[in-house]
Design a protein. Structure first.
Length: 283
């Protein structure tokens, strides 16, 4: 497996399958890499803790950095190369120039209208769009793999790619299902911050989602999720059932939707989501 630090050495990876990550790899990332390898294309895993997608009071400085372990996971899962870009190669002219680069995108409605991650992390999707667009420009993949774990992010990226198909040469975004621990907790690089009591409380999130796998109405499902989160001592930021398509209000008569949760345990913030079947649509 090659380790590429200089973007000029990416030529062999062009046209391949890209798996963008921020490192601190776990089995969720491993599954993305294996899915990418199954495409038969060379797999390029990028590892870059992107400063512009963290807000000023978020955990950029303490985000876990575990490069040696990451390289082993990436190689075992079938990566052909790992790209570890410098800040300068992602943000030519430095971070001070990032705002100018960001101006090239007007964020799609899915990044601003749902009032989910976009409301709680107002600068987040601007930073995400910036880094993935630079990675797509530099790596020129034909496929890029993203997890449903970050559902709004997946939808934002799918949208910006569909709006820029000629720029990215018909790049296809491939979604991958959320990988969970045996007890249901969605795998996340941030799970390692949880102490044993918080690890138990965190189960409230997947339980809340399971409790609404089928529900009679949006309002009843949202209340059930909030109650479950409360019972587990989680601080709910949002626990909502939304349209799969827009992530805004569920369309009248819809039979399925998406439940999305963000909740905190102390300073640790966790997100998760799952699909919901709705038996009666009465809001
Ligand atoms: P991150 O390193 O957290 O930015 O994640 C990199 C990619 O891995 C993103 O596309 C995430 O959605 C995906 N990912 C993270 N956790 C999981 C998981 N538990 N299951 C599936 N994909 C995941």
């Amino acid at each position: 497996m090659k380790i590429i630090e200089n973007a000029e050495n990416l030529s062999e990876s062009r046209g391949g399958a890209l798996v963008p990550t921020m490192g601190a790899l776990h089995e969720g990332h491993g599954t993305l890499i294996r899915a990418a390898a199954a495409s038969g294309r060379p797999v390029l895993v990028s590892i870059f803790v992107n400063p512009t997608q963290f807000g000023p009071n978020e955990d950029f400085a303490r985000y876990p950095r575990t490069l040696d372990a990451d390289l082993k996971i990436a190689e075992a899962a079938g990566a052909s190369a790992v790209f570890i870009p410098t800040v300068e190669s992602i943000y030519p002219g430095g971070l001070a120039n990032a705002a100018t680069l960001a101006a090239q995108f007007s964020l799609p409605a899915i990044a601003t209208a749902p009032l989910l991650e976009d409301a709680i992390r107002p600068t987040h999707f601007g930073g995400v769009c910036l880094v993935v667009s630079r990675l797509f420009d530099l790596c020129e993949p034909s496929l890029a793999f993203f997890g449903e774990k970050d559902f709004q992010q997946l939808r934002v990226i799918t949208q910006i790619v569909s709006e820029n198909l000629s720029r990215w040469n018909s790049l296809q975004i491939i979604p991958c299902a959320t990988i969970r621990e045996a007890d249901g907790l969605a795998m996340s690089s941030r799970n390692r911050y949880l102490d044993p009591a918080q690890r138990t409380s965190a189960l409230g999130i997947s339980r809340a989602l399971q409790s609404v796998a089928n529900c009679s109405s949006v309002a009843a499902g949202e209340k059930l999720m909030r109650d479950t989160l409360d019972q587990h001592g989680l601080e709910t930021q949002y626990a909502v059932i939304r349209s799969e398509k827009t992530l805004c209000a569920v369309e009248s008569g819809a039979k399925s939707a998406r439940a999305l949760i963000a909740a905190k345990l102390g300073e640790i913030r966790l997100i998760d989501n799952a699909s919901v079947g709705i038996t009666t649509m009465n809001g």
